[in-house]
Design a protein around this ligand. Structure first.
Ligand code: ZN
Length: 439
C-alpha cells in the first residue's frame, strides 16, 4: 500500500471525525484503517507472499532440486514427477547454479500432515528472470520476469584525470563510461587521451527491477562531449525498425560510427606509428620505413577486423609471419601481421569487430604485437591520418525525421548547465587544478 494514500485516508478520516463529532465517524475511521492494513501485500513473483509462509535461500554447493525438496519433506517419486513435468519449461534437475537465490512457498492452511511441505519453488536466474515451479495441486512450470522500470536522468562531469574517476566522484555508474567510450564515441574520442577540463553532459535511462533494485544504465539517449576544443553531440536514433538498427548521429545527422575501427585490438598500446623515415639501430640507423602501425598486446589477445570485408589472404609468409588480409571495397584493404594463429579462412566474409586472429610473435618481431597495415587505392597509408568514411549515412528520407526528432533533445542537452566548478568560461582551456563539481 502506498504511504501517501494511507496518509490521505487518515487525514480525510480525521477531518470527518472532527466535523461530525459523532462516534460512527470514529468507527468508520478504525474500520478503514483495518481494511487498509489488511490490503497490504508483499507482491513478488506474482504471488502475495503474505498468503504463504516462505523460505528464502541460495543454491549451495552440492544442492540439487531433488536435495532441496527432500530437505523440505517432499519424497522422490513426487520429485521425479515435478522434474519431468517442468522439463519443457526449465530443466530444474541440471540447471540450478550455486549461489543463485530460490524461494519456497508453504501453504498457511492447516493440514493433517505433521510436517510442512512446500507448494511452490521459485528459482531466480538473475535479478530479472525467474522460474516458478508450482506443485500445489497439479504441476505447473513457467518463466517470468520481475517488473522493470526505467528512469530517465541527466548528468554532467568534468575530467580531471580520467572518466572513471569523474564518474566515481559523482556517484555515477561506470557503465556510462563504457557506453560513451565503446558505443558512442569509440571512433571520435580516444578515452585514454582525455584532457583535464574535457567535459560532458548525458541524458540516459537507469533500469530498476521491482522499482527498487538498481540494474544499471539501460541506455544513453543523447550525449555531448567537449574534447580537444571540439563539441561532439550524439543522438541515438533507430534507422531500421525491422532489423532494430540503432546508431548515434551528430547534430548534422552524420553517423558517429566510422567504417573502420581505430585499432584492431581492444586494449593495445600503440608502439610504433606509420613512419616513412624510421631509423633502426639494428639496421645501422639506415632508414627503414615502417608502413604499418604497431599495437603491442599480450600473446593471444584477439585481433579484430577493423571493417566489414572479405578475407583475401590468411597465410604465413617470411617476415610477416602469420597474417590476414581483408579487402573492404575498391578503395580499402587492411592487413594484420605476426599472429600466433589466424581465426579466419580465405574467402570468408567478416564483419567489423569480428575476431580474425590472435596476437603473436611470428615473423620478424621483437615482441608480441600486431602490425596493422592500411591500404588506400593500392598504397600503404597512415590510418591515423585518414579521414575515414562514415559507417552508414542516414538516408535522405530519414534525415528530416531525424532532425525533427533531435530538436527537443538537443534543446534539453543545451539547457543542462555545468555546475559550480565547471564554468563556461573554461571552455577549451586546459587547467591542471580544475575542481570537480558536486551534484
Ligand atoms: Zn609493424
Amino acid at each position: 500500500m502506498h504511504l501517501n494514500r494511507l496518509i490521505a485516508i487518515i487525514a480525510i478520516s480525521v477531518f470527518a471525525f472532527a466535523c461530525k463529532e459523532d462516534n460512527s465517524a470514529e468507527e468508520n475511521y478504525k474500520k478503514e484503517i483495518a481494511e487498509q492494513v489488511e490490503e497490504e501485500k508483499i507482491l513478488e513473483f506474482g504471488f502475495d507472499l503474505k498468503q504463504f509462509e516462505f523460505k528464502r535461500d541460495t543454491v549451495k554447493k552440492g544442492d540439487t532440486f531433488g536435495i532441496i525438496l527432500e530437505r523440505n519433506n517432499i519424497g522422490y517419486p513426487e520429485i521425479f514427477q515435478i522434474v519431468e513435468k517442468a522439463k519443457d519449461t526449465f530443466d530444474i534437475a541440471t540447471k540450478l547454479q550455486v549461489g543463485k537465490p530460490y524461494t519456497l512457498l508453504f501453504s498457511k492452511e492447516e493440514t493433517n500432515d505433521s510436517v510442512k511441505k512446500p507448494t511452490t519453488f521459485i528459482y531466480q536466474q538473475n535479478l530479472e528472470d525467474y522460474v516458478v515451479i508450482d506443485f500445489k495441486d497439479s504441476i505447473q512450470a513457467y518463466k517470468s520476469k520481475k517488473p522493470i522500470t526505467y528512469v530517465e536522468r541527466t548528468a554532467t562531469g568534468v575530467i580531471e584525470n580520467n572518466i572513471s574517476e569523474t564518474l566515481e566522484k559523482k556517484g555515477l555508474s561506470q557503465m556510462l563510461a563504457f557506453k560513451m567510450a565503446d558505443d558512442i564515441y569509440a571512433w571520435t574520442i580516444d578515452f585514454r587521451r582525455l584532457q583535464p577540463g574535457d567535459r560532458f553532459k548525458v541524458i540516459y535511462t537507469d533500469k530498476y527491477i521491482n522499482d527498487s533494485i538498481y540494474a544499471g544504465v539501460h541506455n544513453v539517449k543523447a550525449a555531448y562531449f567537449e574534447h580537444n576544443g571540439d563539441s561532439l553531440y550524439a543522438f541515438q536514433f533507430q534507422t531500421d525498425s525491422i532489423k532494430g538498427i540503432v546508431d548515434y548521429f551528430n547534430e548534422d545527422a552524420k553517423n558517429l560510427r566510422r567504417a573502420f575501427l581505430k585499432m584492431p585490438v581492444k586494449f593495445g598500446r600503440l608502439s610504433s606509428r606509420y613512419n616513412l623515415k624510421r631509423r633502426i639501430a639494428y639496421y645501422g640507423y639506415k632508414i627503414r620505413p615502417h608502413k604499418g602501425t604497431d599495437f603491442a598486446a599480450p600473446v593471444g589477445t584477439p585481433i579484430m577486423a577493423t571493417a566489414n570485408g572479405t578475407v583475401i589472404e590468411s597465410t604465413r609468409r617470411g617476415g610477416n609471419g602469420k597474417y590476414v588480409k581483408i579487402r573492404h571495397n575498391d578503395t580499402y584493404t587492411t592487413q594484420y601481421l605476426h599472429m600466433s594463429r589466424q581465426a579466419v579462412k580465405k574467402g570468408q566474409f567478416v564483419k567489423q569487430g569480428d575476431i580474425i586472429g590472435y596476437v603473436g610473435m611470428t615473423g620478424n618481431t621483437g615482441g608480441p604485437h600486431v602490425c596493422y597495415r592500411f591500404w588506400k587505392n593500392g598504397k600503404q597509408v597512415d590510418p591515423f591520418k585518414q579521414k575515414l568514411p562514415e559507417a552508414k549515412p542516414i538516408s535522405d528520407s530519414l534525415k528530416t525525421k531525424y532532425l525533427e526528432h533531435i530538436k527537443p533533445i538537443k534543446q534539453r542537452l543545451d539547457n543542462i548547465f555545468f555546475l559550480e566548478g565547471e564554468p563556461k568560461e573554461m571552455e577549451n582551456t586546459i587547467t591542471e587544478d580544475q575542481t570537480t563539481d558536486i551534484q
